[in-house]
Design a protein around this ligand. Structure first.
Ligand SMILES: [Zn+2]
Length: 236
């Protein structure tokens, strides 16, 4: 892998005291259903928790079994350890120190941060995007006092528009428009439009495409079984 760093930090929220990161191929796959031995995969997860500062007694790190749905978990304090929620694709927390993690390989990791320390991390492939997982999460964040106008959102490494062709049915679910043949869609452009419609003003989009930059990231459409992890935590 040459000099590829195992973690690519996302600096958009650093001044808010929020650490955000995505792992690269150099860190190895984080998939528990992939080809790598489970022990090695667990070691990678533990190293990431340690890097984030959410490992050890009293710490919280929330993940889930992802199902390409729109269910988002609002994590309260009062637990500790590594949580793996069943059937959820997004996580929010108002408690500094609660780490959030999702695994991806073409789907878009959506990082959300508010100056108060409220954070969110959503897994948005085409199904989640069509089901509006991100606007749903933003509505819940607003109920907790994080207004969209004050949020910062980063759309992380995912498949780009040039690399992603979908059939007419998926295209219509994503865009509302009919086509008669497979067509290209840019998930991150659609997600950016969704959040701007919610009133978010600060949106950045990663320059990386998991398929164009397949030497750096795992890509489902390139045939990879591996997964990288996107994670963030508002540091105490
Ligand atoms: Zn691409």
């Amino acid at each position: 892998m040459g000099d590829l760093a195992p973690y690519a930090t996302i600096d958009d929220f650093a001044d808010l005291g929020v650490r955000a990161v995505i792992t690269t191929r150099a860190a190895g796959s984080f998939s528990l259903a992939g080809d790598d031995p489970t022990g090695e995969v667990m070691t990678r997860w533990q190293a990431l928790r340690s890097w984030l500062g959410v490992e050890g007694p009293g710490s919280r790190f929330a993940t889930s079994v992802q199902v390409h749905g729109a269910r988002v978990i609002w994590h309260q304090p009062g637990w500790e350890g590594w949580l793996r929620v069943d059937a959820a694709d997004g996580h929010c927390s108002a408690q500094r120190g609660t780490g959030l993690g999702i695994s991806v390989a073409d789907c878009v990791p959506v990082f959300v941060a508010h100056p108060s320390g409220i954070v969110g991390l959503l897994h948005a492939g085409w199904r989640g995007t069509a089901a509006r997982i991100v606007p749903g999460a933003l509505a819940e964040m607003a109920e907790h006092g994080a207004r969209p106008a004050d949020l910062r959102i980063h759309l992380g490494p995912g498949i780009c528009g040039a690399c992603y062709r979908v059939g007419p049915d998926v295209y219509q679910q994503l865009t509302g428009r009919r086509v008669s043949a497979p067509a290209s869609v840019d998930l991150r452009a659609i997600l950016a439009e969704q959040v701007r419609e919610c009133g978010v003003r600060s949106v950045t989009i990663s320059p990386w495409c998991t398929r164009c930059d397949n030497a750096m990231f795992f890509s489902h459409r390139c045939g990879d079984s591996g997964r990288q992890v996107a994670a963030l935590v508002a540091t105490p």
